[in-house]
Design a protein around this ligand. Sequence first.
Ligand SMILES: NC(=O)C1=CN([C@@H]2O[C@H](COP(=O)(O)OP(=O)(O)OC[C@H]3O[C@@H](n4cnc5c(N)ncnc54)[C@H](OP(=O)(O)O)[C@@H]3O)[C@@H](O)[C@H]2O)C=CC1
Ligand SMILES: CCCCCCCCCCCCCCCC(=O)[C@@H](N)CO
Length: 324
Amino acid sequence: MAEVYFSFFSLVLLVPISLLLLLYFIVRPKTVRVPIKNRHVFITGGSSGIGLALAHLCAHQGADVTLLARSVSKLEEAKQAIKLATGRDVRVFSVDVRDYDAVKRAVEEAGPIDVLVCNHGVYMPQELVDQEMEEIKFMIDVNLTGTFHLIKAALPGMKRTRAERGPGSIAIMSSQAGQVGIYGYAAYSASKFGLKGLAESLQHETITDNIHVSLIFPPDTDTPGFVEEYKRRPQLTSIIAASSGAMKAEDVAKKSLDGIQSGTFNVNCNLLGLLLSGATAGLSPQRSYLMAFVEITTAGLMRLVALFLQWSWFGSIEKWHAKK
Ligand SMILES: NC(=O)C1=CN([C@@H]2O[C@H](COP(=O)(O)OP(=O)(O)OC[C@H]3O[C@@H](n4cnc5c(N)ncnc54)[C@H](OP(=O)(O)O)[C@@H]3O)[C@@H](O)[C@H]2O)C=CC1
Ligand SMILES: CCCCCCCCCCCCCCCC(=O)[C@@H](N)CO
């Protein structure tokens, strides 16, 4: 009897311990630290919302911050606010990310970049059947093509200067709508899902240059852009997005910076975001063997929770349409 117990318990312990051990050796890329202090952080969309909160945080931690956005007045306001709060000078560039030549000029003038944060973004939710092609293309052009422009412009210099400047990071601001498509976000989600393919491929191509990619997935976040979005958002979009709650820009910025500094690939901002990343992990890179262990052991359960959510979302959609 004692022997049976012994073998039962050793099996129960042996399986997870061997799995952990295996994961410890195989998860890639290996862990890394990307420091921020005294390093050049280039943030697009840094004049408002999440980008601005991140700029404050980076300047506060002693980084040399450069901001890029369109509106000169918002950039100047951000520059002054950061100077006042941290005493640090910030460089600003008024550029539309859709203009590749202008992006290239700004990146060249700004000098060697250690951390590139592609945070700029636009969102105009609407049912696809009613949305104008012009708006659809606008979201793809700014969110997806604009990010290509940035990375294409910055990558050669970032690769060239890594040996002398230490680990670099390219962070890309996605959205939880870049992990799951929801009502009203056909174009926006497509632009953000596109960033996932870009990020995963890019990490393969930059790992041997000591450049680490982070893809950040915030839920609804209280920003000037969100206030505008909310005015026009279909009610169903808001009902479904509410499944993940809302956050303050400062908290999203904190999570983002933690993710960047730890070289985390999929960066979550809240508990539901963690579940969402578990449910959509797929073939994405994972540096943490502990997180990999959690992903593997909860995969089936996450799928069940995901199906329950879809059940509830489709229920809301049907109820909404029946009422109309
Ligand atoms: N707020 C939210 O609920 C969520 C936001 N996100 C993502 O986070 C990012 C930031 O969002 P948020 O802080 O809310 O946005 P805001 O609208 O508050 O700020 C957007 C920033 O991007 C800049 N920007 C917009 N278009 C361009 C362009 N064509 N060229 C250069 N800069 C541009 C804006 O400056 P200017 O207009 O002067 O160019 C501004 O600095 C976006 O990528 C968004 O998709 C993700 C999940 C949730
Ligand atoms: C097992 C799985 C459980 C996970 C539950 C997660 C629920 C996902 C809800 C999607 C929310 C989308 C918010 C988009 C915010 C955004 O990008 C706009 N505000 C525009 O900026």
